[in-house]
Design a protein around this ligand. Structure first.
Ligand code: ATP
Ligand code: MG
Length: 738
């Protein structure tokens, strides 16, 4: 008991131990919602004697799931935590569908089309149908319809305008293509799982509690899912913060908070109001942003840390200067900290991923290692995609899209005209490309398409490779399939290393190292059932179970790949700066946070209709800044760092004095500091704002970052291209300065 409740405040303890069956914990950022949710899971197991495999926990990322599992392990021990059913909505649905999907006609070895697969499929259909619809628009429209539960047939039956027929045709062709390759896309995972749990409540009969983190960003389909998974015992805990609702573009419904109270009148609400993450100054600034939304009810947010350093706000003329300023500040502050700050303590949080270009370039030039979250995923790298596609085809030769991508990689002399001919022939005969080429290779049918001898030889080699690999995947009764052997076989037959050397002369080594990493991962995931154990699902009487074969394990690995994002990859102890979108930074914290591009058109974004949501986004970004809780370096170390910095500064700081001086408006470094307006020890009291002359703090040289105290700061660097008194960075700046 102690281990679970230790280190929690009274309100958090109430939430953890609450006997309420339906509980909403609503609280601001950094108030320990995730910590409380984790403790409640441990509490349900150790005090209410629920079995971990009867508890479903829904987290925002797979990485968050992993971290939560770790924390629970610390509280209950015994390896029980590995039995929890924990993951994102998508991965939880995937598990139910793998285990019970046959009940609604989904084969156990279904594949998952990730976002880039879906885009590629749609692009090809648009080309083939010679449609005028923009593929990106089509994709989001299809996704939107699906998330509202409107099927292709349903859509076609209801359209009134003839112009809609083109889209209806595209939508139904997309669905047919997925079905032909035995694929589900992200939306299907949620929808088909909803269908499964509606029709077969038995599948969730053993689920005794459902807990959801970041509830403010659930959409209607996810709400239905949550209720369906919890239908046996109707025991639900959610934690969330309406002020951090930033996913309305994905149909997230803040109304779901009220809907839940209406659907479950027994709901109990607990509020937490102490912030354990950020310094007082950060909170003042963040609140100044969010409270401009006047429709929002005022809520208390009590800091538990000292006022701390004032966040810095800079006007910098261009994104290049901005990026260089950030590089300079990172070098300066990490050197000055004398080991207190590592590169992994810094995060650059962006409104849109495209803003990363100038930052990545500046980091590259300065030799600062970084990790781009939500950027090009490991699994999206060309050399990895090709190998994964081979595995997909081996697993499921009817996976047309994967087959199309690899049949001529490396070149098997199949020219464009031949290839197009083959596709058309397959389509005419209403068979998959695989069946077509298999028939040729085995001499069952003669091609109608004109194929050169060299191309025919290439096709035969490819068919042979897939057939021999499938033999390895589905060996006889006596033999065990070994996935390392299988991948080794593919790499060798394809002569993959040689291919990479030839095509990527400059960086083939790095690419080959990635391939080796993938091999290691495949074998790990496939053999240990590590973090996402489908086996954690309960056995249910009356529903058929099957033991996993090697082929099932490969399918599972490929499905895991499709659901994972860069944010989910274990980053280990890497000493790298994090670059992320603000969206993907939800729930996380770093000692130093930069938010570049706080200008009109970026935040708020030019396409954003809802400025309140843009404000919430900036609020989420700013509240990621976390008070450092590490030992402060001693004075000698700080002095040494200071003199080191003075010596190296000219070389290290990438901006000239003119560039900085010309543009700088810095905050008064003393704001808020002199007035100890709340009692930081007890956390009681409230902030008092001091009106400041914005220019009084405008020293012409950069304000040095002091390291003689434990501190944290957000730096909102702005490139003010356009001032808009309505909302915008100008208002934000004004408010921060007040
Ligand atoms: P967000 O809204 O950003 O997701 P949150 O409410 O989920 O934030 P947590 O991430 O759970 O907040 O906690 C924020 C930080 O505060 C964490 O570092 C956590 O360990 C710490 N924390 C939470 N509660 C306490 C407490 N009672 N005592 C000390 N530290 C705490
Ligand atoms: Mg959280």
């Amino acid at each position: 008991m102690d281990a679970i409740l230790d280190g929690l405040n009274p309100a958090q303890r109430d939430a953890v131990t609450s006997p309420a069956h339906v509980l909403q914990v609503l609280a601001p950022p950094g108030s320990g919602k995730t910590k409380t949710l984790t403790a409640r899971v441990a509490y349900l197991i150790s005090h209410e004697h629920l079995q971990p495999w009867n508890i479903v926990v829904c987290t925002f990322t797979i990485k968050a799931a992993r971290e939560m599992r770790e924390r629970i392990r610390g509280m209950i021990g015994d390896g029980l935590e590995s039995k929890l059913i924990i993951g994102t909505f998508h991965s939880i649905c995937r598990r139910f569908l793998v285990r019970y999907g046959q009940e609604i006609g989904i084969p156990k070895n279904f594949g998952i089309a990730d976002t880039s697969d879906s885009s590629a499929i749609i692009k090809r259909i648009v080309n083939r149908l010679q449609s005028t619809i923009e593929p990106g628009v089509a994709r989001s429209r299809i996704s939107n319809l699906k998330s509202k539960g409107i099927t292709a047939e349903h859509f076609a039956a209801t359209i009134k305008q003839t112009t809609e027929h083109e889209f209806a045709n595209l939508y139904s062709t997309y669905e047919e293509t997925l079905a032909a390759s035995n694929l589900l896309d992200y939306d299907d995972l949620l929808l088909r799982c909803t269908e499964l749990l509606r029709k077969h409540p038995l599948c969730v009969s053993s689920i005794q509690a459902v807990l959801v983190d970041e509830y403010q960003d659930t959409n209607n389909v996810q709400y239905d899912l949550m209720s369906l998974v919890a239908q046996a015992k109707k025991r639900i805990t959610i934690v969330g913060d309406p002020d951090q609702s930033i996913y309305s573009f994905r149909s997230a419904e803040i109304k779901n908070l009220h809907r839940m109270r209406a659907d479950y009148p027994e709901s109990v609400v607990i509020n937490l109001d102490k912030n354990y993450r950020s310094s007082g100054c950060i909170l003042i600034s963040a609140i100044a942003v969010i409270e401009q939304d006047e429709s929002r009810p005022n809520k208390p947010l009590v800091p538990t840390h000292a006022v701390g350093e004032q966040p810095t706000l800079r006007h910098l003329a261009t994104s290049r200067v901005e990026a260089q300023w950030i590089v300079g500040e990172i070098k300066r502050s990490s050197t000055l900290s004398a080991g207190l700050l590592n590169l992994s303590d810094y995060a650059i949080l962006l409104r849109t991923a495209s803003l990363s270009l100038s930052i990545e370039k500046a980091f590259g030039d300065a030799g600062i290692p970084y990790r781009m979250v939500g950027g090009k995923k490991f699994f999206d790298r060309a050399e990895i995609k090709i190998l994964l596609d081979y595995l997909r085809v081996i697993n499921q030769p009817d996976h047309n899209d994967a087959l199309v991508r690899v049949i001529n990689v490396p070149s098997r002399n199949i020219g464009d005209v031949t290839f197009k001919g083959l596709l058309e022939e397959a389509e005419k005969k209403k068979i998959t490309l695989w069946t077509l080429i298999l028939n040729f290779a085995q001499g069952r049918t003669r091609p109608q398409t004109k194929i050169s001898t060299a191309a025919q030889k290439g096709i035969d080699t490819f068919v042979n490779l897939i057939l021999t690999s499938r033999k390895k995947l589905f060996p006889g009764e006596e033999e065990e399939c070994n996935l390392i052997d299988l991948i080794g076989h593919v790499l060798q037959k394809v002569e993959y290393e040689k291919y990479l050397k030839k095509v990527h002369k400059e960086n083939w080594r790095e690419r080959w190292a990635n391939v080796e990493e993938l091999v290691a991962q495949t074998t790990q995931t496939a053999s240990t059932d590590d973090e996402d154990p489908d086996d954690a699902l309960p056995m249910v009487e009356g529903i058929e179970q099957r033991k996993d074969t090697a082929a099932d394990r490969l399918s599972k690995f490929l499905r895991n790949v499709a659901l994972s994002t860069e944010a989910d990859r274990a980053d280990g102890e890497l000493n790298q700066v994090t670059i992320s979108t603000i969206h993907a930074a939800k729930g996380l914290e770093w000692p130093v946070v930069f938010i570049p591009g706080v200008y009109d058109g970026s935040i708020p974004h030019s396409r954003a209709e809802d400025h309140d949501e843009e404000r919430r986004l900036l609020y989420v970004g700013m509240t990621r800044a976390q008070m450092l809780r590490r030992p402060v370096p001693n004075e000698t170390a700080v002095a040494a760092a200071q003199s080191l910095l003075e010596r190296i500064e000219d070389d290290q700081y990438p901006l000239t004095r003119e560039e900085i001086d010309g543009e700088e408006v810095s905050l008064d470094p003393n704001v808020g500091r002199s007035k100890q307006s709340f009692n930081s020890a007890s956390g009681a009291g409230s902030f008092k704002r001091r009106k400041l002359d914005p220019l009084s703090g405008n020293s012409r040289t950069p304000v040095p970052i002091r390291m003689n105290q434990s501190h944290t700061h957000t730096i909102a660097a702005t490139t003010m291209q356009k001032a808009n008194p309505g909302f915008t960075s100008a208002t934000v700046q004004h408010k921060i300065l007040q």
